[in-house]
Design a protein around this ligand. Structure first.
Ligand code: GLN
Length: 483
């Protein structure tokens, strides 16, 4: 199949046909042109990016090649990029500038990649649509009347609309996979620990992971190759097996590959158009020798409850640091308590408040055992479901979302229906497993993603299988019609 931007740009840069400055200007001009419609970014600084591009060009002129040298990237606005504002999509962060780089950002910068912009997101990464941002909603490039998905709305749209060949989002319960499915790009939630969380605003620490986004699995792997590896600043980080295969990812053989289809993910509630797209994609895999096997993950029915109990509990604890003392905006108050209450009341949007309250309730005396502790136990059962399935199959294939991207405003007044959009993505987060969303086709003119899920630390193989699918198909090369 044809080329994808990052791979083509890599070749062009190494051959001396392209320069990092030229590519950076191209990306920035595209942003200027499309941002008024898409609202995918929160901050950019032309001089800042062009200075980094010039430094990359010097390295290229000295004969350095490969990796991420000279390749532009965008980061979600809950990831620290030194010298740029960090807003977390929230009013409460007003005036805060990052004083250091997140480890993943530092590693990209060390490799010579060029930072382009900070990207829009649901406030503090809470949301599934990209509508809960203090900067206003982001729009889906495939249909401006629809949501792009969230919470990593900006990073996903940045890749989908061609602002940047690589973007970093975060995935706590599906936040790169869901929007990737809605906007037709490739995004990954790696095994918990495969990417350092140092420098990422903590939402729910036992679930948070950085999620890279690109046009294809091959490009995603190239980006990952410079970011993986243990980090002394994050004690949950680990070495990823087979990381040496990331830089020049080769498609895996599909012959004899056992792919499990969990029956709970293909039942009622799945849009028929989505099902059709997925079935066609799966039969393509089968025609290359993959074996499709039905499996069951019986505790899936508790997934949303479990995720939202644990998520809100961790949120209420993690967000207590935003109190007007240390970060961002401060509202005046007559007492310390009054100042904190006013700052949080004015600074946080409704979804953040809802979660802080729910989480404080779950953790409170008398309810802790019934809610938080019980949810932890169910999390173990969900994890065991996956372990049992992986006794019989090499990986699982599921939908990413029950539907195509929904219209803007459809779910904002109904938090529960918004939470239900995560039905197929939260289980992998609870079980700390790697999962990839890859474009599988269109339904009603809108992209549909296929999710591949592997056992813990099988990230590289998962990418190789995705690359094999992308070698056989061209769904990932489709660009939004408004282009
Ligand atoms: N939509 C989910 C939530 O709101 C996932 C968020 C995320 O992954 N950051 O919790």
């Amino acid at each position: 199949m044809g080329g994808t931007p990052l791979v083509e740009w890599r070749t062009g840069l190494d051959a001396g046909d392209l320069s990092a400055s030229m590519l950076t200007r191209l990306c920035l001009d595209r942003m200027d042109c499309l941002e008024p419609q898409l609202n995918a970014l929160t901050h950019r600084d032309r001089e800042f990016s062009l200075a980094a591009a010039q430094a990359a060009d010097q390295r290229l002129r000295r004969g350095e090649t490969g990796g991420m040298l000279g390749i532009p990237f965008v980061v979600k606005d809950n990831i620290n990029l030194k010298g740029m504002p960090l807003t977390n999509g929230s009013r409460i962060m007003r005036g805060h500038t990052s004083t250091y780089n997140a480890t993943v950002v530092q590693r990209l910068l060390n490799a010579g990649a060029v930072p382009l912009a900070k990207a829009n997101m649901d406030e503090f990464a809470m949301g599934s649509s990209g509508e809960y941002s203090a900067h206003g909603p982001t729009r889906n490039p495939w249909d401006l009347s629809r949501v792009p998905g969230g919470s990593s709305s900006g990073p996903i749209v940045a890749v989908s609309a061609g602002y940047s060949p690589l973007a970093l989002g975060t995935d706590t319960g599906g936040s790169v996979r869901l929007p990737a499915s809605f906007c037709g790009v490739t995004a990954m939630r790696p095994t918990y620990g495969a990417l350092s969380r140092y420098g990422i605003t903590a939402m729910a620490s036992s679930l948070d992971q950085v999620g890279p986004v690109a046009t294809s699995a091959k490009e995603l792997a190239l980006g990952l190759s410079v970011m993986v590896g243990q980090d002394p600043h994050d004690c949950t980080s680990l070495e990823l097996p087979a990381a040496a295969r990331l830089e020049d990812l080769r498609p895996a053989s599909l012959k004899g590959l056992r792919i499990g289809l969990p029956q709970e993910y293909f039942g009622e509630g799945l849009q028929s158009g989505v099902r059709d797209v997925l079935m066609t994609a799966l039969s393509r895999l089968a025609s290359e020798g993959a074996e499709l096997v039905e499996v069951s993950l019986p505790h899936t029915r508790f997934a949303i409850d479990t995720y939202y109990l644990l998520n809100t509990s961790e949120v209420s604890s993690n967000l207590s640091r935003f109190d007007g003392v240390r970060f961002g905006a401060r509202e005046p108050g007559e007492s310390l308590h009054g100042m904190i209450a006013r700052t949080r009341d004015k600074g946080f949007g409704p979804e953040v408040k809802r979660r802080v309250l729910l989480g404080a309730f779950c953790l409170s005396k008398g309810y802790y055992e019934d809610f938080y502790l019980r949810a932890l136990k169910v999390r173990t059962l969900i994890t065991r479901d996956f372990q049992a399935a992986f006794q019989h199959v090499d990986m699982l294939a599921t939908p990413v979302s029950p539907s195509i991207a929904f219209p803007l405003g459809e779910k904002t007044s109904d938090p529960l229906s918004m939470y239900l959009a995560d039905i197929f993505t939260v289980t992998m987060a609870l079980a700390a497993l790697p999962a990839l969303a890859i474009p599988a086709g269109l339904s009603q003119g809108m992209p549909v993603g296929l999710q591949l899920v592997g056992p813990s630390l099988s990230d590289v193989h998962l990418l190789e299988v995705s690359a094999a699918f992308q070698e056989l198909t061209d769904h990932h090369l489709r660009i939004p019609p408004f282009d």
